[in-house]
Design a protein around this ligand. Structure first.
Ligand code: 4AD
Ligand code: MG
Length: 435
């Protein structure tokens, strides 16, 4: 009578302790002690040590597997054994295997350290390493949590176009392309379309790539990044900040719940993140300038913050920090000026702690037709391209607010990484379009 062999993934072998399983994956690492071979198999869900002994599988099979190169694909059968010393708590006593495809001997990414440019050139292979896999799994968890949170709050996902005729966030960072003889741009943000959609659906969000032709070579900037952008009719500024706070808290909670192992693997202490709970501290732009001046920064009212300013402000707290009421002159044309003090807007940036900078930008929008028209003119934005956007203020305008959260910035902070480039499968930056 043949014993049953269960198909399993590495992450689920614990369900089959003492039983035979079949695992499909890739050879990540291998070391030998003469009679016994230790293979690390990875399968996308995790890695596990598989122990191969000459005595168990015979001389020929032993030699075959002993000669396999790193990254060869194979199917392994074996018995699940509990092993408290193993990273996942289990190992496999191999009883048989088949090679799916033997890898060439020159796999470029070895287990030693490589330079960052080399790794980025080999991003298509680099993503196979456990650390990169963990980051991408956390990214997916973050994106799912954003959707689950917003769906649960009655927001409806509405997709905004990527090819657009006009700018949302300033004309200096637009990527342009030829659109049948006309100039088109890659979307910087779906916000303006969201504002149309809320008049139909009440609460909406778009979730997709955004493009910025920024010539910035910082650790926070990508030219293509992903942004989730909620927008709500009848929502005013205060309520918006509450929504942002709850959403960030929810996302962090879900990552802690479902990806704690990955957090530990990438070097983030989960305890740091458990402190992320409402209310988040708040500071007005005015106060921020004062604090910065006291700390010795030479910055005067009306100037925008740079990375060092944001880092200094956010490091005052262990939770994300809202900076509110920025000068109208440095913010986008659609931001609503504070009725009591029109030189500042009802807008806020949310700064992550530990020097990660702005993760959310948002605020209340101008609902008044005349004021918006004036702001468009002041910003020299052509009436023919923004006529449809002005229409929204003609036919049943309502107070409304929204924000955009950059997924890569958020994941960089959650994972405590050096640079945003590792948080997106194939980063696009000033000096990188490949692979
Ligand atoms: O502050 P931003 O430019 O705001 C907007 O685009 C609004 N229209 C959003 C809205 O209200 N619907 O961008 C929002 C967020 C930033 O806080 C940051 O997290 C991220 O998008 N972001 C970038 N992430 C990576 N690389 C870049 N070059 C980024 N630019 C913005
Ligand atoms: Mg911003």
């Amino acid at each position: 009578m043949n014993e049953t062999v269960y198909d399993s993934s590495v992450s689920e072998v614990g369900l089959y302790e003492g039983k035979l399983v079949r695992l499909k994956g890739w050879l990540y690492n291998k070391r030998s002690s003469g009679k016994v071979l230790f293979i690390i198999l990875r399968d996308g869900t995790g890695t596990i040590q598989c122990v191969v002994s000459r005595a168990d599988i015979g001389e020929d099979s032993f030699l075959t597997i002993d000669r396999l190169n790193q990254e060869s694909s194979l199917i392994i059968e074996g018995r699940v054994r509990k092993d408290p010393r193993a990273p996942g708590g289990y190992e496999i006593g191999v009883t048989g295997f088949s090679v799916v495809a033997a890898a060439f001997p020159d796999y470029p990414i070895s287990l030693k350290e490589h330079g960052i440019e080399f790794l980025l050139d080999h991003r298509h292979l680099w993503i196979r390493t456990p650390r990169q896999r963990a980051i991408l799994a956390i990214r997916a968890e973050v994106m799912k949590a954003c959707r689950d949170f917003l769906d649960g709050e009655g927001f409806i996902e509405v997709d905004a176009p990527i090819l657009t005729p006009s700018a949302c966030e300033g004309t200096t960072t637009l990527f342009s392309t030829d659109y049948f003889g006309e100039k088109a741009f890659l979307s910087q943000s779906g916000q303006l379309y969201n504002e149309a959609a809320i008049m139909a659906l009440g609460r909406v969000y778009c979730f997709g790539p955004a493009f910025r032709a920024e010539k910035s070579k910082t650790r926070r900037h990508l030219t293509e990044f992903w942004m989730v952008e909620p927008e709500a009719a009848f929502m005013e500024f205060e309520e918006l900040l509450g929504l942002e706070e709850r959403m960030v808290t929810y996302v962090v909670e879900k990552v802690l719940q479902n990806r704690e192992k990955e957090l530990v693997l990438v070097g983030r202490n989960p305890e740091d993140l458990r402190e992320v709970k409402p209310p988040f501290p708040r500071m007005t732009y005015d106060e921020a300038i004062k604090v910065l001046n006291e700390q010795g920064f030479e910055i005067s009212w009306g100037e925008d913050f740079g990375a060092p300013h944001e880092t200094a402000l956010a490091s005052l707290h262990r939770k994300p920090l809202f900076i509110t009421h920025y000068p109208t002159q440095i913010k986008a044309f659609y931001m609503k000026p504070d009725p009591d003090r029109p030189e500042v807007v009802l807008g806020a940036d949310l700064l992550a702690p530990e020097g990660y900078g702005e993760i959310i930008g948002g605020g209340e929008r101008i609902a008044d037709y005349d004021l918006l028209k004036q702001r468009l003119e002041e910003n020299r934005l052509p009436a023919e391209d923004y006529g449809w956007y002005l229409d929204l203020r003609k036919y049943g305008s309502v107070p409304h607010s929204g924000f955009g959260m950059g997924i890569e910035r958020l994941v960089t902070w959650i994972c405590r990484l050096e640079h945003v480039r590792e948080t997106i499968p194939f980063p696009r930056m000033l000096t990188r379009l490949r692979p």
